[in-house]
Write a protein that binds this ligand. Structure first.
Ligand code: GDP
Ligand code: MG
Length: 439
């Protein structure tokens, strides 16, 4: 997909303006991209229609960078279709807030119940109670109990002989008595939708009066997930969707279709088997993921505006030879500044969003200005050869740039580390501690 799209974009880039035919060709690529990402055909049709309507307007035709505009429109429309903002759990005015998990077998309901309990505990200091409503496999009850033990969250169970409806009734009673603020009901799933299961879930719904019925779907099931979501919604009226197993390279295009078909918002995504592998859903990130390009296209576009090719080649050569000096540093900083906030740039690199803690990387523009002042206080020779920077020179630079010697030392050390890192990177390996480079 990415390759295809890139080719189409490349063609467009060479032209000054886009014609309607160009838009058409571009849309064809995007349609294929969406289908490859498992988006429902009907949804793709409607979606591309709305994008085309926007794209063929003057907005794109008069634009200086048409390819960029089209991708931007596609991204915006995808984000809109996915639900524009993040929606949390709907709480009950009085405790407990009751959340019921439903979905096919193996979708990740039990795991999600544990993840959610953990999330609520951590973020709201909540005291949830989990109810083991899957009585068809003894292992299912044990699985929930183990999660409960790990999290120090109580699990209410009555074995496999009592009906789930009765278990839920008694569990609710216990929660009211113990004043738990959340009740998480784990239910059984089947391999396929079946009437017996639906009847049971409806009965549980009646007894528990849940504030949320969250449909848990496995991102890897693709198109099938859409039909499943549709029938769960018809029968139970789901209030939200959880997409699990988004940790692999699944595009998660089904998410788009599910949202479209059920109208229910996607609330969380599961990104791994561990209890902490839970993310609040972000429509914009999902949009990029479905298009399969991080925001790489935008990044490439932005970069191309700012760098001319020769400069980039020169940089690559310097990185390799380790002759990247303070002059290059200043040049880089200026270019990077023109490209927008560094945090955004980092997030656009595919794979970077997977790095733990990348969310918290913050780059302070003031710090960059300070660093620039330090470099500007160096002599030409010093900029070209950091090894000249002895203590007395450092003192002079500190005074000249209005920084302390400590700050100057720290910056020089950081610079040398980035130099090393760049050398490693240009040899093709991703160095550890990448985030340190950004302060
Ligand atoms: P249930 O039948 O719906 O209760 O599904 P389970 O919670 O038992 O999960 C089925 C399998 O999927 C288990 O092996 C889980 O560890 C795994 N699983 C659940 N959520 C995720 C996820 O977000 N990512 C990955 N990789 N595995 C998951
Ligand atoms: Mg289960």
């Amino acid at each position: 997909l990415t390759e295809r799209l890139q080719q189409a974009m490349g063609k467009l880039r060479k032209k000054g303006k886009v014609t309607e035919a160009d838009v058409k060709e571009m849309m064809r690529e995007i349609r294929l991209a969406l289908l490859e990402a498992d988006v429902n055909l009907q949804v793709v049709k409607e979606f591309t229609k709305s994008v085309r309507e926007r794209a063929v307007g003057t907005e794109v035709l008069e634009s200086l960078s048409p390819a960029q505009q089209i991708v931007k429109i596609v991204n915006e429309e995808l984000t809109k279709t996915l639900g524009e903002e993040t929606v949390g759990i709907t709480k009950s005015p009085k405790i407990p807030t009751v959340i019921m998990m439903v979905g096919l077998q193996g979708a990740g309901k039990t795991t999600f119940a544990g993840k959610l309990a953990n999330y609520l505990k951590k973020n709201e200091n909540a005291r949830p109670l989990m109810i083991a409503g899957d009585v068809y496999r003894p292992a299912a009850i044990d699985q929930l109990k183990v999660l409960g033990q790990q999290l120090d969250v109580p699990v209410f169970e009555m074995g496999t002989e009592v009906s789930p409806v009765e278990i839920v009734r008694q569990g609710m009673e216990l929660a009211r008595e113990k004043k738990n603020d959340y009740v998480l009901i784990d239910t059984a799933g089947r391999l396929h939708i079946d009437e017996v299961l639906m009847t049971e879930l409806k009965e549980i719904k009646e007894i528990a009066e849940p504030n949320e019925i969250l449909l848990v779907v496995d991102a890897m099931t693709g198109q099938d997930a859409v039909n499943v979501a549709d029938s769960f919604n018809q029968q139970l009226g789901i209030t939200g969707v959880v997409i699990t197993k988004l940790d692999g390279d699944t595009r998660g295009g089904a998410a788009l279709s599910i949202r479209q078909v059920t109208g229910a918002p996607i609330k969380f995504t599961g990104t791994g088997e561990k209890l902490t592998d839970l993310e609040v859903f972000h429509p914009d990130r999902m949009a990029s993921r479905i298009l399969g390009m991080g925001d790489m296209m935008t990044l490439i576009e932005k970069a191309q505006q700012e760098y001319d090719e020769k400069q980039a080649e020169e940089l690559a050569r310097k990185m390799k030879e380790n002759s990247f000096d303070f002059n290059d540093f200043i040049e880089q900083m200026d270019q990077v500044n023109n490209m927008g906030p560094i945090e955004d740039l980092i997030k656009m690199i595919p794979g970077m969003s997977q790095i733990p803690g990348i969310e918290n990387v913050k780059v302070d523009p003031k710090q960059i200005a300070r660093q620039k002042a330090i470099v500007l206080s160096m002599t030409k020779a010093e900029r070209e050869n950091p090894d000249l920077l002895n203590p007395s020179r450092r003192r002079r630079i500190a005074a000249g740039s209005g920084n302390s010697v400590v700050e100057v030392n720290r910056f020089i050390k950081q610079f040398k580390e980035s130099q090393k890192m760049m050398q490693q990177m240009s040899k093709g390996s991703m160095p550890a501690g990448m985030d340190q480079m950004f302060g």
